[in-house]
Design a protein around this ligand. Structure first.
Ligand code: PLP
Length: 400
């Protein structure tokens, strides 16, 4: 058994690391602690490094198969083991990333002028995937009820009523991009919630593109359910997006998986990607397989560390910075902070976190209008870095 030392701090500066090396430029200050992009400051699972070294030593790096046989079995086995979901080899599509896959999916399944449902506040590239393809966002805003976000099913159903959604006719709602688990509010949707969403969307002849990139990042007591695994009808009317990139911190290796059970939807996606969206990187697929086949020992230790980091952060805010409220996440390693009691507008809050606290957070407003007054902090780092960031926020708040 390998024991990972997640307390150990390793400098990532000067390694072309977006999180650290772009921080000064992005946040306009020197000596910023970057806690923004969803990327960990923690060591990767040893079997991944070993598999990459082994592949490197072969010294031939030509074109890979778009969907290698060994990748197919790694994905099929993981879906079966984690969710008891049986998927077929031909449903598996590889892409270098999920965001590029979402842009391609909107292009494939809509025509300009159509509408796509989102649940604001939500991961900011979703908005671009819709708007840059000439479509409209049909917003089904999430509601904060007693410290936990919920979705409003009546409002979701109303997105299909042209008068209610006030979109230019003849725009049609073609799809929903679901974030499951949800970034940034940390919800892990329950089976009942997913069924309600699915019945509304599919009942209105639209499809669900379910971004499940955070599906293995779960806090104690929460279980992820792949949307498509709920029924054959859900399977045939959805696309599932997964990747090892968040769970195992492999975003720079560019390997993601789409599961598209419906042959028509798969053909449309393949047709649309031609010449624009390549398959995954050869090293990315090696890493994906090692992560999926041999990564669970590391994952267990990582999730335990995240649980402890979350407790540390929650206690810290409660005891020392009570004006900022923690929205307790059920999944992801991203924590949504309710800063509305500070009484600042978005610009003031942004400048406060950047220049007074000198902590590089993702500013809530970037996630949509529902993010006004919120900030998102990434806790996938050694505890000492988290502690230093919290101390800086505490000092800045106390100096107000
Ligand atoms: C919900 C969600 N989807 C997609 C991504 C990024 O995917 P990729 O790097 O594969 O494009 C992220 C990254 O944080 C995310 O939170």
């Amino acid at each position: 058994m390998v024991t990972y030392d997640f307390d150990k701090v390793t400098s990532r500066r000067n390694t072309n690391c977006a999180k650290w090396d772009a921080a000064e430029y992005l946040f306009g200050e020197k000596d910023i602690i970057p806690m923004w992009v969803a990327d960990m400051d923690l060591p990767v699972a040893k079997p991944i490094t070993a598999a990459l070294i082994k592949r490197t030593e072969h010294e031939f790096y030509g074109y890979p198969l778009p969907v290698p046989f060994s990748t197919i079995s790694a994905v099929i086995n993981r879906m079966k083991r984690k969710y008891d979901w049986d998927i077929k080899p031909e449903w598996i599509v590889t892409t270098p990333g999920i965001v590029s896959a979402l842009f391609t999916a909107v292009k494939a399944y809509t025509i300009p002028g159509d509408a796509v449902i989102l649940q604001d506040p939500v991961y900011y590239p979703f908005w671009g995937a819709i708007e840059r393809n000439g479509c409209h966002v049909a917003n089904n805003p999430l509601k904060l009820v007693n410290g936990r976000y919920e979705f409003d099913s009546n409002d979701l159903a109303a997105r299909f009523e042209p008068v209610v959604r006030m979109l230019p006719s003849p725009s049609r709602v073609r799809m929903m991009i679901l974030c499951s688990p949800h970034n940034p509010v940390g919800r892990v949707w329950t089976r009942e919630e997913l069924i309600t969403m699915g019945e509304i969307i599919i009942g209105n002849k639209a499809i669900v593109v379910s971004d499940e990139i955070h599906c293995e990042l779960l806090f104690n007591g929460h279980q992820h359910i792949p949307f498509a695994s709920i029924s054959q009808e859900f399977e045939q009317n959805s696309i599932t997006c997964i990747a090892p990139s968040k769970t195992f911190n492999l975003a720079g290796l560019e390997a993601s998986i789409l599961i598209i059970p419906n042959a028509d939807l798969r053909d449309k996606f393949e047709e649309t990607r031609k010449g624009f969206l390549p398959s995954a990187n050869v090293f990315g697929m090696v890493a994906l397989e090692a992560a999926f086949n041999e990564g669970d020992e590391w994952l267990g230790q990582f999730l335990e560390y995240m649980q402890a980091n979350l407790k540390f952060l929650t206690d810290y805010f409660e005891q020392n910075i009570p004006r900022i409220k923690v929205i307790k996440p059920e999944g992801t390693y991203l924590v949504w902070l309710d800063c509305r009691e500070l009484g600042m507008n978005s610009k003031e809050l942004e400048s406060f976190m950047n220049s007074k606290a000198r902590v590089g957070l993702d500013h809530g407003i970037a996630f949509g209008p529902g993010g006004e007054g919120f900030e998102r902090i990434n806790i996938a780092c050694p505890r000492s870095i988290l502690e230093e960031a919290l101390k800086r926020i505490e000092l800045a708040v106390k100096a107000l």
